[in-house]
Design a protein around this ligand. Structure first.
Ligand SMILES: Cc1cc2nc3c(=O)[nH]c(=O)nc-3n(C[C@H](O)[C@H](O)[C@H](O)COP(=O)(O)OP(=O)(O)OC[C@H]3O[C@@H](n4cnc5c(N)ncnc54)[C@H](O)[C@@H]3O)c2cc1C
Length: 182
């Protein structure tokens, strides 16, 4: 297999594979191993759904999420401060306590906090820790935002019903947005 610039200068191939996803790549490699002169044609970056959006990114995010069904519940996702420091990743973080959160006060479940960790330049959410009521449910919003490479600003723009436990994540998000790029 050859680079795009090399391919564009050639006129003939034994096999031309349309689509450089898992299937196309495997087919091209098999043909190449059989001695064929192969070209892959793709309209986007090579890798297809599996590499770029499906299997690997989703599995990586899921593997980095854990929930412990204690009382209060504990839910963690992605990077924590220790990992970010070890990886020399520049980050901003903020947390907000349930004891200052209206719905938690109504429920009498005020132990714990919601904490976010975001890239210091872009605000992309890199991790979260929630300790408190329904933490195992609340973490799923952050899993979804992280899956789409969302930022703390995205989280702030997304409507959150009031009064709900879910809206607690907007408070640390707001605090980080105010410090972004500073
Ligand atoms: C969230 C999610 C999780 C998944 N997890 C797993 C998993 O754990 N294990 C697993 O086995 N499978 C998983 N899958 C399924 C897996 O992603 C797909 O089965 C696999 O990507 C299919 O490969 P493909 O090459 O047929 O198609 P694709 O990966 O979609 O590749 C198609 C390629 O063709 C290109 N293309 C399309 N139209 C044209 C055109 N007209 N001209 C040129 N190029 C074109 C595209 O740009 C793309 O690169 C998951 C899927 C999703 C959505």
């Amino acid at each position: 297999m050859e680079s795009q610039s090399q391919v564009s200068t050639r006129k003939r191939h034994d096999v031309i594979v349309i689509g450089g996803g898992s299937a196309g790549y495997a087919a091209a490699r098999t043909a190449r191993d059989a001695g064929a002169d192969v070209a892959i044609v793709d309209q986007g970056p090579l890798g297809g759904f599996c590499i770029l959006r499906g299997c690997m990114p989703t599995k990586a995010i899921l593997r980095s999420a854990e929930v412990v069904f204690t009382d209060p519940q504990v839910a963690v996702l992605g990077l924590n401060e220790t990992c970010a420091k070890a990886g020399e990743i520049s980050y901003l973080t903020a947390s907000y306590p349930f004891v200052d959160h209206g719905k938690a006060l109504c429920l009498g479940a005020t132990q714990g906090f919601a904490k976010l960790l975001a890239a210091s330049q872009t605000g992309e959410i890199l991790g979260a820790q929630i300790v408190g009521p329904e933490a195992g449910e609340l973490i799923h919003e952050l899993i979804a935002v992280m899956y789409y490479h969302g930022t703390v600003a995205d989280l702030l723009r997304m409507p959150h019903y009031h009064p709900t436990l879910a809206e607690i994540v907007t408070y640390p998000a707001e605090s980080i947005v105010e410090r972004l790029g500073a």
